[in-house]
Design a protein around this ligand. Structure first.
Ligand code: HEC
Ligand code: HEC
Ligand code: HEC
Length: 107
């Protein structure tokens, strides 16, 4: 009985560990620092939890095709049109971009 429990806990650990390793981007944060408004810190773990279809929510041909930073130019126009970060930051799935500049851009 005790051994089964230990085994179970060990499996749980292994599972959590592997999902943490693959969390995006690898449980780290990406910084987008080109806007004069201030740098935007993207939390991979938070966003992986928010994703419904996992990586494919963002890593699909229309959104962020490559798993590499700097391959897509992010503009506010696209976000306001519901593309890129705007697929969620539209006031429905997540807070809207308009009126919430300071939640993303930090000086
Ligand atoms: C909420 C959106 C989102 C989700 C979900 C997401 N990613 Fe990403 N990921 C991004 C963005 C945005 C970039 C940067 C792309 C760019 O700048 O062109 C990125 C970049 C990456 C990078 C490159 C990081 C670097 O340092 O260059 C890797 C690796 C990656 N993602 C892996 C994953 C994996 C694996 C998953 C699923 C477990 C995942 N991502 C889920 C948005 C997401
Ligand atoms: C899969 C949906 C999704 C996508 C795509 C997405 N986000 Fe988010 N984001 C969320 C959710 C959900 C939260 C949690 C806050 C909320 O519920 O409104 C969040 C929170 C954040 C926060 C934290 C703000 C705070 O006050 O805590 C930042 C910064 C952020 N997102 C930036 C981005 C950027 C930059 C992109 C595009 C590269 C992006 N997000 C794409 C869903 C998403
Ligand atoms: C969901 C997160 C998020 C919110 C909210 C947000 N931005 Fe951005 N913004 C970004 C990201 C990511 C970039 C790309 C930065 C980079 O490439 O380094 C960007 C780029 C920009 C740029 C330069 C590119 C362009 O489109 O001109 C400006 C200016 C800007 N933001 C202004 C704003 C203003 C003003 C607001 C509020 C009305 C705002 N942003 C709200 C994420 C956000």
């Amino acid at each position: 009985m005790k051994r089964t429990m230990i085994l179970l806990v060990a499996c749980l650990f292994a599972f959590c560990w592997s999902s943490a390793v693959f969390a995006v981007p690898k449980g780290k944060t990406l910084t987008f620092s080109q806007a004069k408004m201030g740098a935007v810190t993207f939390d991979g773990t938070l966003h992986n939890n928010a994703a419904q279809k996992g990586c494919r929510d963002c890593h699909n041909p229309e959104t962020f095709p490559k798993m590499k930073q700097g391959t897509v130019k992010i503009t506010m126009d696209k976000i306001y049109q519901g593309q890129l970060c705007g697929i969620c930051h539209n006031g429905t799935r997540a807070f809207a971009a308009k009126g919430n500049c300071g939640r993303c851009h930090k000086r």
